[in-house]
Ligand binder design. Structure first.
Ligand SMILES: Nc1ncnc2c1ncn2[C@@H]1O[C@H](COP(=O)(O)OP(=O)(O)OP(=O)(O)O)[C@@H](O)[C@H]1O
Length: 227
């Protein structure tokens, strides 16, 4: 793991009506590190994740990725950056139901201009790495929840992103499957050198991180460098 700071949130504020979702949130993420955002329900974890990933814009404060200010970019620049450098794993719904699992994993490559054959070959190797090659030709609806999440991890990592954002990636799984998904997810991310920013309620999931950052009332309150 390098010590270089890759992604920084500086003093973010964001209000929904009367609710201060973010109230001075700041966080640094170093290249290759795994950071778990923990904290009570409604404390602002997902909102912070979405701002870090350039999906939501804060009302004030800055998000800087690799020296570039995301908050000052146009929507087009931000979405190009997201497609090229970031990967995403959510609790459900990120796989396209009409496509096979292999086509789902190949999709981000196809969208960035990689030819069909090469995209499928790369997708297959990622499915093998996550131990779900047996569902390659099935649709997500025919795979189990745990298999589907491993396919989603393969899809997030296939473009070799520098940061993967994950919001409750094992939230819909039982604890055994959740552990398996996390183990494979973090091992694969570490192999590619991707940083991971992860929202979770579960200490067993957070245990895979290098650092736990506790979000309370829209701010990062405490950080524990456990590993
Ligand atoms: N789109 C929205 N419109 C209105 N209020 C919102 C919206 N998104 C979030 N909020 C509110 O902002 C606050 C922070 O929400 P956020 O989803 O970031 O919390 P969280 O810590 O991720 O919660 P949980 O652990 O329950 O998922 C909450 O009070 C939530 O109700």
């Amino acid at each position: 793991m390098t010590e270089q700071t890759l992604l920084t949130a500086e003093n973010l504020h964001l209000t929904f009506g009367e609710t201060k979702a973010l109230d001075g949130a700041s966080l640094h993420v170093r290249a290759g590190e795994v950071v778990a955002l923990m904290g009570p329900s409604g404390s602002g974890k997902s909102t912070l994740l979405h701002c870090l990933a350039g999906i939501m814009a804060p009302e004030s404060g800055r998000v800087v990725y690799d020296g570039r200010d995301l908050t000052a970019m146009s929507d087009t620049e931000r979405s190009t950056l997201r497609r090229g450098e970031f990967g995403f794993v959510f609790q459900f719904g990120q796989l396209v139901p009409e496509l096979t699992c292999r086509e789902n994993v190949a999709l981000p490559l196809r969208l960035s201009g990689v030819g069909r054959r090469e995209a499928h070959r790369t997708a297959t190797s990622w499915l093998e790495r996550l131990d779900v090659a047996d569902v390659a030709d099935k649709r997500p609806g025919q795979a189990s929840g745990g298999q589907g999440q491993r396919v989603a991890v393969a899809r997030a990592l296939v473009t070799q992103p520098r940061v993967v954002f994950a919001d409750e990636p094992t939230g819909a799984l039982d604890s055994l499957n959740g552990e398996l998904v996390m183990k494979m997810f973090i091992a694969a991310a570490r192999e590619t050198g991707a940083a991971v920013v992860l929202v979770t309620h579960e200490p067993r999931v957070a245990a895979y991180s290098n650092r736990e950052a506790v979000v309370r009332d829209g701010r990062v309150r405490e950080q524990e460098f456990a590993r």
